[in-house]
Design a protein around this ligand. Structure first.
Ligand code: CTP
Ligand code: MG
Length: 231
């Protein structure tokens, strides 16, 4: 019997303010096609991913309207003001066939270079550990700056990780954690943070550092280069 497939929620309702283009960054061209097309194709290419739920901004005029990719359903929902609102809207819009205890992946539209092998590694390891996320241990020496931009002290680097996506948690637990964070007025920057606040300890799964989040205009050239040599 083949392993069950999972749904992946893809938040794509941001404005891309730091890129500053004339349309949201997920629709700017990367190697000749919209950035988000690369991300969605990579996700749909993974044998363990069975469907994509993309959250879009209200009145998004750029969405392609695509309904299937690699034979897998692509659904959409309207996102919210913060990334966490968009993720929660996506989870709420998942089909009823996704059970409360089923794992769901969340992956930023802005991370087109994620490797299929790392998605598989996350599903395997986080699935056996009640949820987790891709990330990488910090490599550089970490400084604490003061208001004048001078280095005040050197932070310990051990046990410090950078958090990437995909992140993978059980549907109902993640929805409850995101709702509780919102109720408490905590702006969570990723799913794992909401889960931590709810008392969970998500598994950190080491992934390739070239899973960059396209954030500035300069990142497009880097992502183009990385896309051509990662799979
Ligand atoms: N996102 C979202 N809903 C929001 C904000 C962000 O779905 N209200 C999505 C973005 O579209 C992106 C991902 O979350 O795919 C990661 O967010 P980020 O890189 O910060 O993208 P933006 O918020 O669009 O960029 P910026 O912060 O520069 O405006
Ligand atoms: Mg943002």
């Amino acid at each position: 019997m083949s392993a069950p497939t999972l749904w992946c929620v893809v938040p794509a309702a941001g404005r891309g303010a730091r890129v500053g283009g004339d349309c949201p960054k997920q629709y700017l061209p990367l190697a000749g096609r919209p950035l988000i097309a690369h991300t969605l194709e990579r996700l749909a290419a993974h044998p363990r991913i069975g469907g994509l739920l993309v959250t879009l901004a209200v009145a998004d005029a750029h969405w392609s309207g695509i309904g299937t990719l690699n034979g897998k359903p692509v659904l959409t929902a309207i996102g919210g003001a913060e990334r966490s609102d968009s993720v929660l809207a996506g989870i709420d819009a998942l089909p009823a066939s996704v059970g409360a205890g089923d794992f769901v992946l969340v992956h930023d539209a802005a991370r087109p270079c994620v490797r299929l092998a790392d998605i598989g590694k996350l599903i395997e390891l986080a699935g056996a550990a009640d949820g987790g996320l891709l990330g990488a241990p910090l490599r550089d020496t970490l400084k604490r700056a003061n208001a004048a931009g001078r280095s005040e002290l050197t932070e310990p680097r051990d046990l410090r990780w950078r958090a990437f996506t995909p992140q993978m948690f059980r549907r109902a637990q993640l929805a409850a954690a995101l709702r509780e964070a919102a109720r408490r007025g905590v702006n969570v920057s990723d799913e794992a943070m909401a889960m931590e606040l709810a008392g969970f300890a998500p598994l950190l799964v080491e992934g390739a550092e070239d899973n960059i989040k396209v954030t500035t205009a300069a990142d497009f050239a880097l992502a183009e280069f990385l896309l051509s040599r990662t799979a």
